[in-house]
Structures are given as structure tokens and as C-alpha cells.
Design a protein around this ligand. Structure first.
Ligand SMILES: [Zn+2]
Length: 59
């Protein structure tokens, strides 16, 4: 089964991996916004907008 949540910016469905973790970053395919997984409560997943800061992931 596919987990989905709604983009807080454009209300599009955002598909999430079934092993999604809190604070994982996903991006909306519609508006390209980066969203962070804030809460996972069974089938309900709360997303919030990820900080727009371009971070260097230190590779
Ligand atoms: Zn969106």
C-alpha cells in the first residue's frame, strides 16, 4: 500500500515511501516544494514546509 499525504502548498497528493521516517524530506511533484515529515500517525502523515536554506550535506 502506498502512503500519501497532501502538499501544504498546492494540495496535491504527495506519495511517501512506506518506511517513511519523521523529519524525512520529500518533494511535491506538482510545485517542487520540499516538505518535511513532521508527524506520522498510522495512515495520517503531517507535512510541513522544509526550510528553504540550501544546506551543504557535507559530502
Ligand atoms: Zn505541492
Amino acid at each position: 500500500m502506498q502512503l500519501t499525504s497532501q502538499c501544504i502548498v498546492c494540495d496535491a497528493d504527495v506519495q511517501l515511501p512506506k518506511d517513511v521516517q519523521i523529519s524525512e524530506i520529500v518533494s511535491c511533484l506538482e510545485c517542487k516544494t520540499n516538505l518535511v515529515v513532521e508527524r506520522i500517525n498510522e495512515m495520517k502523515i503531517a507535512l510541513s514546509k522544509a526550510p528553504a536554506v540550501e544546506e551543504d550535506w557535507g559530502e
